[in-house]
Design a binder for this molecule. Structure first.
Ligand SMILES: [Zn+2]
Length: 428
């Protein structure tokens, strides 16, 4: 891994902050020290700092992907034409059991590098491929090797009842996680009340409380509770440390229950539209005031970058009832909204002094960005693509520079991924 510069000055960029609202500051410097933002302003002193020329660049907080099954990077585009039922049967039913620990490592490394390449500096990895302890070690090891910030959501494989073992989670927490300041933290990602009986759900909630870790669950029209949030409320299980994923099927009163509990929402507008989760709910979520972030979800079926996702959010907002969203709203969801949804807004999601220096720099001297000066935030949402991502920092460490990932052995990572893809293709 490349070292973290002790002091780094980004000189003269077009700085776009996202909190408390989207603001654009032309020709502005960002000074970083020991991985944190020390100052944002004009003509900052470069004393002792490595200087990075940010003219012709847009400087943004790193994107936050609040829901992604990172291991599935080695299953890319295997379910493009699938609806949710086909996806569950083929990917989780047939291919997940074929995932060896080395495939999980290869998938997580590839997926995390794909995130960084596209300016996603934080990911919530919903890792429901934990067939054995070795799968967890592989997944977490790969996130760390990539250098991404992550919330690792430990999930039991939905079609492997024998894998359900709380001891695995306890052991993993003790061995692999250092605490809140660790860039990779632990969450529990169980089935939740749409897909598991409420007594099992209650056991999972108790485990999360015992380990003092947050929860992330899918909600949908599953086989169990038709009113999953109400089922949680009746058991006294609604809490502010739960991230609810999707929720297109939830009526407004259950969305309001999430908002009232302080729980948060991750929506995956591209996947929800493509796999038939139901009508877009992005505007309804906003109307209830629930804190909401965006999620790529699965690259088996949709692209893995935040630009595509922001456009999906903007488009689906136009197709749904309720107050429409604008580009700046979507940019906030992709940054500070996602950070808040993961409980990390005290350290990432905006360019406030004291936050971790998780940043993305976009080139404006590219054919699709030149002249995009009328509405910079609008151009990021409507025009930009991963090829415009010039530089990416995670806690001040440069993980992409001049358009190239700095990972020390990218060819080996790609070769390992290809081997896993071949193994999985033979298992399909
Ligand atoms: Zn998902």
């Amino acid at each position: 891994m490349s070292p973290t510069p002790a002091r780094l000055l980004l000189r003269g960029g077009t700085v776009v902050d996202t909190d408390p609202q989207v603001t654009v500051r032309p020709n502005t410097d960002v000074l970083i020290e020991q991985g944190e933002i020390l100052a944002v302003g004009s003509d900052l002193s470069a004393d002792g700092a490595e200087v990075l020329d940010a003219r012709d660049q847009i400087v943004l907080p790193g994107f936050v992907d609040t829901h992604r099954h990172v291991w599935q990077a080695v299953l890319r585009a295997t379910a493009v034409d699938s609806d949710l039922g086909d996806y569950l049967n083929h990917i989780l039913g047939r291919l997940s059991p074929a995932m060896r620990p080395e495939d999980v490592y290869a998938g997580n490394l590839l997926g995390a590098l794909e995130c960084l390449d596209a300016g996603i500096t934080t990911v919530q990895d919903f890792s429901h491929v934990q067939h054995r302890a070795e799968h967890g070690e592989a997944a977490v090891g790969a996130l760390r090797a990539a250098g991404i910030r992550a919330v690792f959501g430990f999930g039991y494989p939905p079609f492997d009842p024998d894998a359900r073992d709380p001891k695995l989670v306890r052991d993993l927490r003790a061995r692999l996680f250092a605490g809140d300041d660790d860039p990779v933290t632990l969450a529990l990602a169980p089935s939740g009340p749409s897909y598991a009986p409420i007594d099992i759900v209650e056991q999972d909630w108790r485990l999360a409380a015992e380990l003092d870790i947050p929860l992330a669950i899918h909600v949908g029209s599953g086989p169990v509770a038709q009113r999953p949030i109400e089922a949680l409320r009746e058991r006294g299980l609604l809490n502010p440390r739960t991230l609810y994923v999707h929720g297109n099927s939830l009526p407004d009163d259950e969305l309001a229950m999430i908002a009232d509990s302080g729980g948060t929402l991750s929506i995956a507008p591209a996947i929800e539209a493509q796999m038939g989760h139901g009508a877009p709910m992005i505007n309804r979520a906003r109307a209830t005031g629930v804190v909401t972030g965006l999620g790529v979800d699965v690259v088996t079926t949709a692209p893995g970058d935040m630009f595509s996702l922001m456009r999906a959010a903007l488009l689906t907002s136009q197709l749904a009832d309720g107050p429409r969203l604008f580009a700046a709203d979507v940019l906030r969801m992709a940054t500070i909204g996602g950070a808040a949804a993961l409980g990390l807004s005290d350290r990432i999601g905006s360019l406030a002094v004291g936050k971790r220096a998780d940043l993305v720099l976009l080139r404006t001297d590219a054919v699709n960005m030149v002249g995009a000066t009328h509405d910079i935030a609008g151009a990021v949402v409507a025009s930009a693509h991963p090829g415009n991502v010039d530089t990416v920092l995670v806690a001040g460490r440069i993980v992409k520079r001049a358009g190239l990932l700095t990972h020390p052995d990218l060819p080996a990572a790609l070769a390992d991924a290809r081997r896993s893809v071949a193994h999985l293709a033979a298992s399909a």
